[in-house]
Design a protein around this ligand. Structure first.
Ligand SMILES: Nc1ncnc2c1ncn2[C@@H]1O[C@H](COP(=O)(O)OP(=O)(O)OP(=O)(O)O)[C@@H](O)[C@H]1O
Length: 598
């Protein structure tokens, strides 16, 4: 389906098509509501029948229908039928409530989980495009909004429509001219509703957009609170939030102003219809052209027909919000990742050999960051990538995990193009430690075992020891069972890095990818990690990025990246001897440059 077609298609139709499993539930809920509504109009008919019995006695409608001529018995029958109607109405009311609410909850649950799962599979670049806040608001607010519409709105729409049809049928069977009078206000209400609907739609879309902006900024600011504090930007940020919140409030105010005007308009129309039926119907009874029983039914029915229509404003409100939200949910579900897994798996155990051939890569519309990289990491070797900041080192590592694909050229793992491999084969072979070590809410042990949930405590402790993390973990109040806060904020940067390293080691991957994995630890800890890494990386393919050259000194091969191109490659000693960029960097880092002014 093209984008335009998708947009044109009504969101409820799309939901109906997508989620076939709801259909029986929808049918059951609608059926129960129909029965409830039929039972609901009965009491007015029974009042009319009772009046008819009192006025016409043994000639009444009930007498004809049941063949019972005693007035007391007739009233008794009406009362008994009335009791039955109330029982049906109460039980279908209960059942309808349960069915509609559960349906709404089910849809809410399914859509939230589906949207979350979908979002997880979207491109890393999509996530980096600053969409966290608005994605959160789709997963929370929009999904809730749809639930509210299904819970209250959909049911009311069906009930009101049915009401018009049933009452209309009763009217039509009674008096054609009173039917016309009672129904006269309906076009005004319908045209008014449609006009309001068109007016409200963009206003609610605006409200949703504003709340997305607001939650985006709130999420970003709460994540970066320490930076805000460090730059004493609290007042500025409060002003920004105030401004965004105010825009949200004003957008809501515009929507409220329009939607609030709706009910008074409908009331005026209802008043006209009701007064006409009361007055002209009453005169008709006095003239003897209308039965008094029928008159009392129709007066009550006019109320029953028109008053529920005052809910139309509220329901349209819910409908508009619900549809704006559904469109956003569906738009999120329509997002397609450009990086999708291949289908190939390999039978041989992975060895982690990496080859990059003429790789060009970049972000969005921006020019290339990597300008044609050729690089070879044979299985079992430890290779390092160094270079100035912004040279493209992290970008290169991202290609290995397929966080993005190259614009041209190819990336191979054990001779297979990474684009052909499925995620488990590709990413399952890699232990990755990101520059910004991310920890989840949970215990230290759970965080280490994140990539190997079935690991034993002994294996977890061994991995922690190899990552030089055992010491500090054991000193924590509850050791491995200590809870780390959200994003691991209760730990230092170096501690987080070591846990992330332990997490990668525990996976026992064929290829270890370390992006500045030890940048935040002190020299002493780094040396401890280096010693451990010597064990961990023995015979294991490793690609590491590091700024601190002492970290990569013992690598089998070092690749020097400058402005997206490999400019040098070799062992540490070879590169130092070559006297190029690496040698200069080494001199700066060891202080040799300061000692030797030439
Ligand atoms: N997610 C992104 N979106 C757009 N551009 C990006 C993104 N990540 C990196 N870049 C750009 O790509 C270039 C290379 O960045 P990269 O992170 O690969 O460099 P690096 O060598 O790892 O730097 P550092 O040593 O600072 O980590 C930079 O110019 C950067 O602005």
């Amino acid at each position: 389906m093209s984008e335009v077609e998708q947009h044109l298609k009504h969101p409820l139709r799309r939901l109906w098509r997508r989620h076939r499993t709801y259909r029986p539930k929808v049918v059951a809920a609608v059926t129960v509501t129909v029965v409830e509504k039929v039972a609901d109009v009965m009491p007015e008919l029974l009042i009319g029948a009772a009046v008819d019995v009192v006025v016409r006695g043994s000639d009444s409608f009930v007498a004809d229908l049941l063949g019972v001529h005693d007035r007391f018995a007739q009233i008794g029958w009406i009362a008994a039928f009335n009791a039955l109607v109330w029982i049906i109405e109460s039980s279908t009311g209960y059942l309808g409530d349960v069915l509609w609410r559960n349906l709404a909850q089910q849809v809410e649950h399914d859509l939230r989980v589906e949207a979350y799962d979908h979002v997880q599979h979207l491109d890393v670049e999509w996530h980096e495009g600053g969409t966290v806040g608005s994605t959160l608001s789709v997963l929370n607010d929009d999904v809730n909004q749809l639930e509210r519409f299904l819970d209250v709105g959909a049911r009311t729409i069906i009930a009101t429509t049915l009401n018009v049809v049933l009452v209309g049928a009763i009217f039509a069977a009674s008096s054609w001219w009173l039917t016309l009078l009672a129904f006269a206000p309906i076009p005004v209400i319908v045209v008014g509703s449609l006009w309001f609907q068109r007016r409200l739609e963009p206003l609610y879309a605006d409200v949703r957009e504003k709340v997305g902006d607001l939650s985006g900024t709130l999420a970003a600011n709460l994540g970066g609170l320490t930076t805000i504090k460090a730059f004493t930007a609290e007042d500025r940020e409060t002003a920004r939030v105030r401004d965004l919140s105010d825009r949200y409030r004003l957008a809501n105010r515009r929507a409220i102003r329009s939607s609030a005007a709706f009910v008074p308009l409908i009331r005026m129309a209802i008043l006209a219809g009701f007064t006409c039926t009361l007055l002209l119907g009453g005169w008709a009874v006095l003239d003897g052209t209308l039965e008094i029983g029928l008159y009392s039914v129709l007066v009550f029915m006019t109320q029953r027909l028109l008053w529920p229509l005052t809910d139309v404003g509220e329901v349209l409100d819910l409908y508009q919000r619900g549809m704006a939200s559904t469109r956003r949910i569906l738009a999120l579900l329509d997002e397609t990742p450009s990086v999708v897994q291949g289908s190939a798996t390999t039978s041989a155990p992975p060895r982690g050999a990496v080859t990059l051939r003429a790789v060009r890569a970049g972000y969005g519309e921006a020019p290339d960051v990597l300008h044609g990289i050729d690089l070879e990491v044979p299985a079992g070797e430890v290779h390092a990538v160094v270079g100035a900041t912004g040279a493209g080192k992290s970008t290169l590592l991202r290609l290995l995990l397929r966080f993005q694909d190259p614009r041209s050229g190819e990336v191979l793992l054990d001779g297979h193009d990474v684009r052909d491999l499925d995620w488990e084969t590709l990413r399952g072979a890699i232990g990755y430690v990101a520059q910004d070590a991310f920890l989840f809410r949970g215990t230290v042990a759970e965080n280490i075992a994140y990539g190997a949930p079935s690991a034993t405590r002994a294996q977890i402790e061994e991995a922690a020891a190899l990552a030089a993390a055992a010491g500090f973990v054991e000193a924590l109040p509850d050791g491995y069972d200590t809870l780390v806060g959200e994003r691991g904020q209760t730990l230092s940067g170096g501690q987080r890095q070591r846990l992330a390293l332990a997490r990668a080691i525990l996976r026992d991957p064929a290829l270890l990818v370390l992006d500045e994995a030890t940048s935040a630890v002190d020299n002493e800890t780094e040396q401890a990690i280096q010693r451990s890494l010597a064990t961990v990386t023995r015979g294991r393919t490793t690609v590491m990025v590091a700024h601190r050259l002492s970290t990569v000194r013992s690598a089998d091969r070092i690749w020097v990246l400058e402005n997206g191109l490999v400019t040098e490659a070799g062992t540490h000693d070879e590169l130092v001897a070559a006297g190029g960029a690496y040698a200069a960097l080494w001199a700066v880092q060891t202080g040799a440059a300061l000692l030797d002014p030439t």
